[in-house]
Write a protein that binds this ligand. Structure first.
Ligand code: NAD
Ligand code: TYD
Length: 351
């Protein structure tokens, strides 16, 4: 069936994997990638699909309601996969206004545009699918998992803004009958992640013999999922999830930061031909992040039992592939760390 799907934030880390999957897997769909191209948006992430006939890129800000409304009308959008966001906790601590603006007002503007456009066009088969994070559930002690019933308890400005956007999505479902789904996923890793997040930052620093800034004692626990498995889950949920539902996504793959860092050091040293453990000396304990959540761990059994999704990669394989990718793509890393990647749009679209 022909569909016109708006993917927001498609030039970012997870969004680029979702765009690639949908463009390649569903030639019968039109995929409209809407992105503002902030520091985190990089069209070079999508070089391999940019010339496909079922793909179009639109530069726009999700907070610009009139622009979003006209995009809905122009492309006759019938499905939304909403990933555009400010996504880094440390940045949210420095600039909470920006996070409220993009993540809350931006999501509200998309919801309002979808509601207005779909009230006019009518018909079934509309879906507003909002991509969220497990961080909305707060922090766990050493036991237990987040389920879909865990009450929201966000602590950082990032998670507070995502929690707020989730509540707006639910409010549009309950108040206006908008067909919506939310998924809350654990920490992602893999190719094309901006090197401010733990895994790409540390791989890059190990390679360049730079210090590895471990927050606090490195005792915080995160649950890691390979980004392509997240994109596969998004595909399954978009097509088979039930409107009004929430799905948790995770790989039951918890790591204490310091243990994960040691694995990264071992794998990176091995692939660089260094002596085992040579880069351990780069570990540098620094002041802890303010309000640093101790532990995230997600129970994704609902997704497994109801929609038959499971991660395809074991962590050892995923981390090795990821380190290899960053080592093989030094040019991508250099262009991202130098800011040169931002010229790609100007060159591609001759503006
Ligand atoms: P990212 O920071 O890599 O990408 C975000 C994208 O959104 C960028 O391309 C950016 O240009 C775009 N964007 C930002 N503000 C915009 C605006 N006002 N208008 C239009 N586009 C805008 O983020 P990511 O890590 O790929 O995360 C994508 C989504 O998944 C986010 O909603 C995030 O909350 C969620 N999520 C991320 C993780 C993770 O581990 N990275 C885990 C769970 C959920
Ligand atoms: P991050 O990749 O920023 O993801 P999130 O904060 O959304 O979980 O951080 C992952 C973990 O690594 C988190 O516990 C904070 C920690 N961390 C460091 O110890 N040092 C760093 O330089 C960074 C970026 C993160």
């Amino acid at each position: 069936m022909k569909r016109n799907i708006l993917i927001t934030g498609g030039a970012g880390f997870i969004g680029s994997h979702v765009v690639r999957l949908f463009v390649n897997k569903y030639p019968e769909y039109n995929i409209i990638n809407l992105d503002k191209l902030t520091y985190a948006g990089n069209l070079a992430n999508l070089k391999d699909v940019e010339n496909k006939s079922n793909y179009v890129f639109v530069k726009a800000d999700i907070c610009d309601f009139p622009a979003i409304l006209s995009i809905f009308e122009k492309y006759n959008i019938d499905g939304v996969i909403h990933l555009a966001a400010e996504s880094h906790v440390d940045r949210s601590i420095k600039d909470p206004f920006l996070f409220a603006q993009t993540n809350v007002i931006g999501t509200l503007s998309l919801l309002q545009a979808a509601k207005a456009a779909w009230e006019k066009s009518g018909g079934d088969n509309k879906l507003f699918y909002h991509i969220s994070t497990d961080e909305v559930y707060g922090s766990l002690g050493s036991e237990g998992f987040f389920t879909e019933e865990t009450p929201y308890d966000p602590h950082s400005p990032y998670s507070a803004s995502k929690a707020s956007s989730d509540h707006f999505v639910k409010a549009f479902h309950d108040t206006y009958g908008l067909s919506t789904i939310i998924s809350n996923c654990s920490n992602n890793y893999g190719p094309y992640q901006f090197p401010e997040k733990l895994i790409p930052l540390f791989i890059n620093n190990i390679r360049n013999n730079k210090p590895l800034p471990v927050y606090g004692k490195g005792e915080n626990v995160r649950d890691w999922l390979y980004v392509i498995d997240h994109a596969r889950a998004i595909d399954v949920i978009f097509h088979r999830g039930l409107p009004g539902e929430t799905y948790n996504i995770g790989g039951f793959n918890e790591w204490k930061n310091i243990d994960l860092i040691r694995v990264m050091i071992r794998v990176t040293d091995k692939l660089l031909g260094r002596k085992e453990g040579e880069s351990e000396k780069l570990i540098t304990y620094v002041t802890d992040r303010a309000g640093h959540d101790l532990r995230y761990a997600i129970d994704s059994s609902k997704l497994k039992t109801r929609l038959a999704w499971e991660p395809s990669l074991q962590f050892e394989e995923g981390i090795e592939k990821t380190v290899q990718w960053y080592l093989d793509n030094q040019e991508w890393l250099d262009s991202v760390t130098s800011g040169a990647y931002q010229e790609y749009y100007e060159k591609m679209y001759s503006v």
